[in-house]
Design a protein around this ligand. Structure first.
Ligand code: FES
Length: 195
């Protein structure tokens, strides 16, 4: 089938809907959607017994949308994810502004407030820097902080992503997590800094 010109500016820049990548992606989406009727190969019946909720999938995944478990994350290795709707088998929003950064950390080093928003040691924050909107995704192991590569703001994820050093002046919005069976899921809307 011939490529069609991009008539819808909202779709411009996206992959050709007839490309192999997209075909593979649609195939995987069908697998996930179908699997909500038949058991998912990667989901326990316990998870499927939960009411439909918002899970999380790797933001860079091309096709294979696998909901993320806490054990999938190595300690102190940030992962960018999108909210994922298991009912449709697709991310709820693939805009970069909806990206979330997950990091698994020792729970005993978190403040009580941060621990209450975490699930199995995993904390989640908006990955959009509160300075000028770059992705915040670099873990600085010496300082145990998450850093923005644009202007080097640093955030303390053990304590509500408070700013350790600027130029950012506000924390990253916190995303409360819970478990849906074995998978990480959103527990509540993002918590704006200061709430
Ligand atoms: S955009 Fe992150 S420090 Fe400037």
């Amino acid at each position: 089938m011939k490529n069609q010109p991009c008539a819808n500016s909202g779709q411009c820049g996206r992959e050709n809907p007839d490309s192999g990548v997209n075909t593979q992606r649609r195939r995987m989406m069908n697998i996930v959607a179908t699997s909500l009727v038949a058991p998912l190969p990667f989901a326990s019946s316990e998870a499927l017994a939960q009411p439909v909720t918002t899970l999380l999938v790797e933001a860079d995944a091309e096709a294979d949308f696998k909901p993320i478990r806490p054990a999938d994350l190595a300690v102190a290795k940030p992962l960018l994810v999108f909210p994922f709707d298991p009912k449709t088998g697709t991310p709820k929003n693939e805009s970069r502004l909806s990206k979330i950064v997950l990091v698994r950390l020792p729970e005993d080093q978190m403040t009580p407030e941060t621990r209450a928003r975490s699930a199995s040691g995993v904390v989640a924050y908006s990955s959009i820097c509160t300075h000028q909107g770059c992705d915040v995704k670099t873990w600085m192991s010496k300082e145990s902080v998450l850093a923005c590569y644009c202007h080097a703001s640093k955030f303390n994820l053990f304590d509500g992503a408070k700013v350790v050093s600027g130029p950012a002046s506000s924390p990253l919005p916190a995303i409360p997590l819970t478990l849906a069976g074995e998978f990480l899921a959103l527990a509540a809307p993002p918590v704006k800094p200061g709430e």
